[in-house]
Design a protein around this ligand. Structure first.
Ligand code: ADP
Length: 641
């Protein structure tokens, strides 16, 4: 018997061996007893200790290793989960942080754009009267003073624009809008604004063009900022000598390697060279840093005091150049030669490179960059006698500016004012003006909101709107235009420009009214339904559709039409008068008579036609028909047989 394995004695018979297999590890005692020949069990029982060792994977140290491995795995998993949670939290934190930064940026941008707007209104109020004063002054001295007022106002304006642009650049909200235009003309226009100042300082001013053709794709706003800043600096730091601006397809400077390192064979090089105070060589690397100003300009020409500045201009120029993937370098040889040369390379594409179809596609977008030079006399069309009942609604919260705008417009316009968008809407509905001029930033309801409401309301959607935007940046203009504004005017604006835009829009409105009136009142004998022809105006089309639906309904009149299109009778009347110059009743009657002509042509007789087109009696129908077509229905049938 193997104690620990067998439960009782195992009779082995005559065998003197015992075989055990599959014994688990452990301590056993092997006990053997035998009988003598007589069959008696011996009292001497033999015992043998048997120890079966476990295999190595079941040893205590193996279990220790298993335990350690398991602990390690659990620990690893916990660490992994912790790091995952941490990572997730970090991502959330980062996202939150980015969102916060973005919100702050937006806030800053909005703040800046509000501030610019706030600045622009008083600036407009300086410039507008100054411009009006110009025509009344006679003494040259007075003109000079006035020129100083204008010049400095524009300078202030430039600074404000720079601040706004810097904040926009920071929040990466500046985008490039390349349009096809004449780069030489644009440059000349930019430079033109400095000419007077240069002349007064006795500095000669030259613009030379070495480009073979001047048509390029470029962003005029950004070019204006870049060239404007560089020329303003050149003028500021030059007391005598000359300033030369060169446009060229090749780099003319001696310091070619910096710009030409990546073989810039295309694009435009703009060089601005002045004979001013120069910049010390050791300061050159820093001048594009924000707020950096060359402090102790010991190299500078003697007797020259550093003019004041903000240190923003060049950093803005650099960022704008970088944004357009261009390059800018500055050279100033110092003592031997008092000069500063800024060379800007911009990767503008020549307009000739773009194939014709693309050009055509974009032509509707192409901006006219050629503006009339300052002082150019434009004749503003005088409103004719027939227009003396034209009314303009002016929505502006600044009473002083509103006064100036009203005062700048020809006296025969009837001008109504509103202090905010909400008030503007109410007045627009009640007086149904021929034109609306609206500011953007206003309390209660701003200009964009106002414009959207005005353009989506059936009663007022036909009224043209001029928006007074703070800055004529592409985004601002687009925002106004997408909301349905018909034109925009940038503050500060020229009185002439305001007058011209108002006159043009009113003229367009007048022509549209005449065209619609003619179309509705035309006694034509076309074969198609008039509803199909009225596609020119959605509102008239809608009326025609309703009139068609109720063609044989004698009770369908102006009141029913107004109810159908959800307008009061008075609003409908005002809208139709302003849109077509006709009363609603006339429009319905004319439509019915046009349809009557078609029925007559189809072979219906006069009284059948009268009932089919909703006339109470054939006699009344005959009378109206004769008034409209000049012939009775019978004569009409005979003529068209
Ligand atoms: P600001 O002119 O407002 O001080 P900018 O960023 O335009 O700021 O210019 C930075 C500095 O670079 C100026 O203060 C001036 O010292 C130097 N600088 C710029 N342009 C010229 C120039 N044409 N001639 C001499 N120094 C210049």
């Amino acid at each position: 018997m193997l104690k620990g394995f067998d439960e009782s004695w195992v009779a082995a018979g005559n065998e003197n061996t015992a075989t055990y297999t599959k014994i688990s590890p452990g301590h056993y005692v092997f006990i053997v007893n035998a009988t003598n020949t007589a069959g008696e069990w011996s009292p001497n029982i033999k015992t043998l200790n048997v120890i079966i060792e476990p295999p190595f994977w079941q040893t205590w140290w193996a279990y220790c290793i298993y335990g350690a491995a398991l602990t390690f795995l659990i620990w690893g998993y916990i660490q992994y989960r912790i790091s995952q949670v941490r990572l997730h939290q970090e991502v959330i934190m980062k996202e939150r942080e980015t969102a916060q930064l973005k919100a702050v940026d937006e806030l800053k941008s909005r703040f800046f754009s509000n501030i610019t707007h706030e600045f622009r209104t008083p600036l407009t109020l300086i410039l507008t009267p100054a411009q009006r004063l110009k025509s009344t002054l006679e003494k040259p001295n007075q003109h000079r003073w006035l020129a100083a007022i204008e010049r400095n106002t524009y300078h202030l304006l430039r600074l404000i624009n720079q601040l706004l642009d810097l904040s926009k650049l920071e929040s990466s909200s500046i985008v490039i809008h390349e349009l096809q235009g004449d780069i030489v003309e644009t440059t000349n226009r930019i430079v033109q604004t400095f000419r007077e100042e240069a002349e007064s300082k006795g500095i000669s001013f030259m613009v030379s063009n070495e480009l073979s053709s001047s048509g390029y794709w470029f962003d005029a706003d950004k070019l204006e900022q870049i060239v404007g800043n560089l020329v303003a600096n050149a003028l500021k730091f030059t007391t005598q000598g000359s300033i030369a601006i060169t446009l060229s397809a090749e780099h003319s400077s001696s310091n070619k390697k910096e710009i030409e390192q990546d073989k810039k064979t295309t694009g435009v090089f703009i060089t601005i060279n002045d004979t001013g105070i120069g910049i010390p060589p050791e300061q050159l690397p820093y001048i594009f840093n924000r707020f950096y100003q060359v402090e102790d300009n010991t190299l500078g020409k003697s007797g020259y005091t550093q003019p004041q500045g903000s240190g923003i201009g060049l950093s803005l120029v650099k960022e704008l150049v970088d944004l357009q993937k261009g390059n800018i370098i500055v050279e100033s040889p110092g003592i031997e030669n008092w000069q500063t040369t800024f060379t800007v390379w911009l990767p503008y594409r020549s307009a000739n490179d773009i194939n014709l179809s693309e050009e055509n596609n974009n032509s509707s977008l192409a901006e006219t960059v050629s503006l009339s030079p300052a002082g150019f006399n434009v004749s503003i069309p005088e409103p004719s006698e027939g227009e003396n009942n034209l009314s303009v609604l002016l929505v502006e919260d600044n009473a002083e500016l509103a006064y100036f705008i009203a005062d700048s417009l020809p006296g025969i316009y009837k001008i109504t004012q509103a202090g905010n968008g909400k008030e503007g809407l109410e007045k627009a509905v009640s007086i149904m003006p021929d034109l609306v001029i609206s500011d953007v930033l206003m309390p209660v309801m701003n200009g964009y909101e106002f414009c959207r409401e005005l353009k989506t309301d059936d009663r007022t959607s036909h009224i043209p709107v001029i928006m007074l935007t703070a800055k004529a940046s592409f985004d601002n203009r687009m925002e106004g235009l997408t909301l349905g504004a018909d034109d925009y005017l940038t503050k500060p604006f020229h009185v002439q420009e305001l007058q011209l835009r108002v006159a043009n829009l009113l003229d367009r409105q007048q022509r549209m009214r005449e065209k619609l009136q003619k179309e509705i009142s035309r006694a034509d004998t076309a074969n198609s339904s008039p509803a199909e022809e009225s596609a020119g105006n959605i509102f008239i089309k809608k009326i025609y559709e309703l009139a068609e639906e109720k063609l044989d309904d004698t009770s369908f009149g102006v009141q029913e039409l107004a109810t159908e299109i959800n307008m009061s009778r008075a609003s409908l009347h005002r809208k139709l008068k302003s849109l077509t110059g006709l009363a609603a009743g006339d429009i319905i009657r004319n439509y019915r008579l046009k349809r009557a002509a078609l029925f007559l042509k189809e072979g219906f007789n006069s009284s059948e036609t009268a009932y089919k087109t909703g006339f109470d009696s054939p006699a009344y129908f005959s009378k109206c028909f004769k008034d409209f077509y000049g012939v009775t229905p019978l004569e009409f049938v005979q003529k068209n047989r």
